[in-house]
Ligand binder design. Structure first.
Ligand code: UDP
Length: 474
């Protein structure tokens, strides 16, 4: 990768500070962004990653020269920074706690770094700015206080950010929070101002309180509006009209530079060891034949859902690669498969604790992805032209599902209670029927657009040049 013209023209050596949220789906895009900036820096752009001691980036020693990793809040109990996995997770409460617990320790660390710089003890470039996860308003306030400009990385899609921006108005209208007495039909109400979203897509967790959710979103929007720019991991050709709404609504520069994993590679970010043997197994399968099943790093299921999923996969008679993550099954000590399952699926299925997802989705054998629709998984699936069975649980996942189903038409929701017969039908529809074939074709068309935007003069490639220019101007 040649150095960016912005760097060559920018003169002195600079350092970009970063602070990711300590979860897989946030850590990965931040480290990809680090890789993208560093690669274009021609040796004149250094990176310092501040990170929680909990869920710390893996093996910092393996990163190339120019990177520094600084742990923050080592004394903070990890229970304060995590949340119990599953759809019953109070993630808004966790976000508020993370901001609260890490703010003071971060102030100390940042002060220290700035002091070293002032006294000429620092090696590498002078700090240009802090790129902070959009959920870390607390860290942004520290940077503001110490005179460090900030950029915000929003790791979700544009549609989700537009929905978050509309949240206060929906509250004012009395639509949110929905009264607990509201029936199912009411929850399906289309939201005219957010087509194609429905009211239920805006209930971000079954247990997070509305007050906590509202506070989190207020902080997120404050972070975006008071930053020097918002960086988005999506691409113009995918979310054009929502990106326009964000540009109009936030009043700060927007840098749309995704899909980040196609812009940057080589930075190790997986918190769990990826089972590589499944790639060899995939080599032996026919093209477009295998269903890849994964709920990402946080979503979970109960024991009954696990059982139904197992028999749905078995009865479908289709090949599958199933990620059963440690602690994915709620209230169960071990993720045991039902009796007779292995026999029924021998040679046709593989189960792993964690997969090299990018390689898996890019493998010619994969014909579909049963996903929880975390934004990274959704975008990764789009970038490999893989259609989806959607089973969203919380946060932005319902919104992503809605776009997959209604806007891009590259998948469909597996709705209601999980039941083996329904699962079997969904798999058949995606992998064996005309409808599924059309979805796959549309997904492949989107993949081609994703490739274009990262090429020379592509929208994301140009945006990253503007971002570098901005960084060098601080
Ligand atoms: N992932 C992976 N191996 C797996 C499952 C997931 O490497 O077996 C990666 C996946 O590629 C994605 C991230 O974990 O980059 C999950 O992020 P996402 O936003 O999809 O969901 P979250 O985990 O934040 O709910």
């Amino acid at each position: 990768e040649p150095a960016s013209p912005a760097i060559s023209a920018g003169g002195r050596r600079r350092r970009v500070l970063m602070f990711p949220l300590p979860f897989q789906g946030h850590l990965t895009p931040m480290l990809q962004l680090a890789g993208a900036l560093h690669a274009r820096g021609g040796g004149r752009l250094d990176i310092t990653v501040f990170h929680a001691a909990f869920n710390a980036p893996p093996d910092p020693a393996r990163h190339p020269p120019g990177y520094r990793f600084v742990a923050v809040g080592e004394g903070v109990p990890s229970g304060d920074l995590s949340f119990p996995s599953g759809s019953d997770a109070d993630f808004a409460g966790a976000l508020l706690r993370i901001n609260d617990r890490l703010r003071e320790p971060f102030r100390d660390r940042l002060r220290q770094l700035l002091a070293e710089e002032e006294e000429g003890e620092a090696d590498g470039g002078a700090p240009a700015c802090l790129v902070v996860d959009s959920n870390l308003r607390g860290m942004q306030l520290v940077a503001e206080e110490l005179g460090v400009p900030t950029l915000v990385l929003r790791t979700g899609g544009a549609a989700c950010l537009v929905a978050y921006m509309a949240f206060p108005a929906l509250c004012d209208k009395g639509l949110l929070p929905p009264a607990s007495s509201q029936d199912k039909a009411h929850m399906e109400m289309p939201l005219d101002e957010l087509t194609p979203l429905r009211l239920r897509d805006m209930v971000f967790s079954p247990i997070t309180t509305h007050a906590n959710m509202a506070r989190c979103l207020e902080h997120l929007l404050d972070a975006a509006r008071s930053s020097s720019g918002v960086i988005l991991n999506t691409f113009q050709e995918l979310e054009n009209s929502d990106l326009q709404k964000i540009t109009d609504g936030l009043g700060v520069p927007i840098y749309t530079i995704g899909p980040l994993h196609k812009i940057s590679s080589g930075i190790e970010s997986s918190l769990l060891a990826q089972d590589q043997t499944c790639l060899k197994w995939l080599d032996k399968q026919e093209a477009d034949s295998v269903l890849y099943v994964s709920l990402g790093s946080l979503a979970s299921m109960d024991e009954k859902e696990m059982l139904e999923t197992a028999w749905g996969l078995a009865n479908s008679q289709r090949p599958f690669l199933w990620v059963i993550r440690h602690n994915m099954v709620r209230s169960s000590q071990q993720e045991s498969l039902p009796e007779g399952f292995e026999e029924a699926t021998r040679g046709r299925g593989m189960v792993v604790p964690w997969a090299p997802q990018l390689e898996v989705l890019g493998h010619r054998a994969i014909g579909g992805f049963w996903t929880h629709n975390g934004w990274n998984s959704t975008l990764e699936s789009i970038c490999e032209g893989v259609p989806m069975i959607c089973r969203p649980q919380f946060a932005d996942q319902m919104i992503n599902m809605r776009y997959v189903q209604e806007v891009w038409k590259i998948g469909f929701e597996l709705e209601g209670e999980l039941e083996r017969g329904k699962i079997e039908m969904a798999i058949t529809k995606l992998l064996c029927m005309e409808e599924g074939r059309h979805m796959r074709q549309r997904a492949k068309d989107l993949r081609d657009k994703a490739v274009k935007c990262t090429e020379e003069n592509g929208s994301s490639k140009s945006a990253i040049e503007l971002l570098l220019k901005r960084i060098m101007s601080f």
